[in-house]
Write a new protein. Structure first.
Length: 357
């Protein structure tokens, strides 16, 4: 298991074996082929919507807009590899920035969809792990996906994915991710694979494990999953920890564990053909300044990647953050290089599997 990225795309291709808008900021909306997307002085950010978008806007893009006089427009699509591929291939790119998770980033790089960043835009030496930087991206925070459970429905604690798969001992509907990355890993852990033996993923074994839980589960995006937890339609499963803490603050009696939690690295990337390239470069650089890093931590609970900001975090807070010395031993990092190699084929199989009865 590793979080390291190869320093050049050619090395990426060797590693992976590959040779080859709805809601806007404030009242502004973004539609397909929008003239606004092409206007000088704008920035189009593709993220994930919902409360996440609101928090990221407040922490990063509102202050960026105020300091630069750039109008930031927002849409969803951060995980949509197919849509990004279609836009770039057709030379009709409307997005300037994509909020990419590790598995998504690897597929973007392998498919040659990204604009390289200028040398020196952000110094990798400022990061807690300089190897996380690629020619196309700079990591701006770490996040985790954790086991959760409704404490009214389940007594005690769930500390492993085998517990989540145990529907006899812990009956009720499971809430799982609609994405194959995140899902195959926990299915293998539920089947008894050790953390240090997880990669390369045994895809057939993972789907066999998923077959056992499928009739007991719903597979949702993060916003829909948070709603299902809030309405208590699901009793256990996996979710982004920041979203779960928002559910807790709303008064729902849910708990979570750091046992077998998955950690991923979030990156801001620029698709080829981005209409507002300079603004995109400026936004990437801005995201790695201390002030927005602190605000992302404060508003979302995501772990900063700047060494200087990490050093400010008190131990009592670090004990409940992804990727710190306190939680690292009980969790694991998603292997983005593996997903860069296998993501497209696994995604096709995953979509067929979800559609099957």
């Amino acid at each position: 298991m590793t979080t390291d990225f190869q320093p050049q795309r050619r090395a990426w291709l060797r590693t992976t074996g590959l040779a080859g808008l709805s809601a806007g900021l404030g009242t502004l909306g973004l539609s397909a082929n929008s003239v606004l997307a092409q206007s000088t002085g704008n920035l189009v950010y593709a993220g994930f919507g919902g409360s996440y978008e609101q928090a990221i806007r407040t922490a990063v893009f509102d202050p960026f807009a105020q300091s630069t006089n750039v109008k930031v427009l927002t849409t969803t699509g951060g995980s949509d590899v197919a849509k990004a591929t279609a836009m770039v291939r057709a030379r009709r790119t409307e997005w300037d920035l994509i909020d990419a998770q590790g598995a998504t980033l690897a597929q973007f790089i392998a498919a040659d969809l990204l604009q390289p960043l200028p040398a020196g835009l952000v110094s990798p030496n400022l990061l807690f792990n300089p190897k996380l930087a690629t020619p196309y991206s700079v990591p701006w925070y770490q996040f985790s996906l954790n086991i959760f459970w409704n404490a009214n429905a389940i007594k005690g604690e769930l500390n492993s994915w085998a517990d989540v798969w145990n529907v006899e001992k812990y009956p009720g509907k499971r809430g799982l991710s609609k994405l194959p990355w995140f899902s195959l890993e926990i299915a293998l852990l539920a089947d008894g694979v050790a953390l240090d033996k997880l990669y390369p993923l045994d895809v057939d074994r993972a789907f066999a494990s998923l077959d056992r839980i499928k009739k007991h589960a719903v597979f949702l995006d993060t916003s829909a999953l948070a709603n299902a937890i809030t309405s208590q339609e699901v009793v256990t499963g996996i979710i982004n920890l920041a979203r779960l803490k928002s559910v807790q603050k709303a008064g729902v009696n849910v708990k979570y564990s750091w046992g077998q939690a998955m950690v991923d690295i979030q990156q801001l990337v620029i698709p080829k053909g981005a209409p507002n390239l300079k603004n995109a470069y400026d936004a990437v650089a801005y995201s790695l300044q201390p002030a927005p890093q602190r605000k992302v931590l404060a508003s979302l609970g995501y772990t900063p990647t700047l060494k200087s900001v990490l050093a400010e975090i008190a131990p009592e807070q670090a004990r409940d953050l992804a990727g710190t010395e306190y939680t690292r031993n009980n969790s694991f990092y998603l292997n983005s290089a593996w997903w860069g190699q296998h993501g497209a084929s696994v995604l096709r199989r995953w979509q067929d599997w979800l559609a099957s009865v």
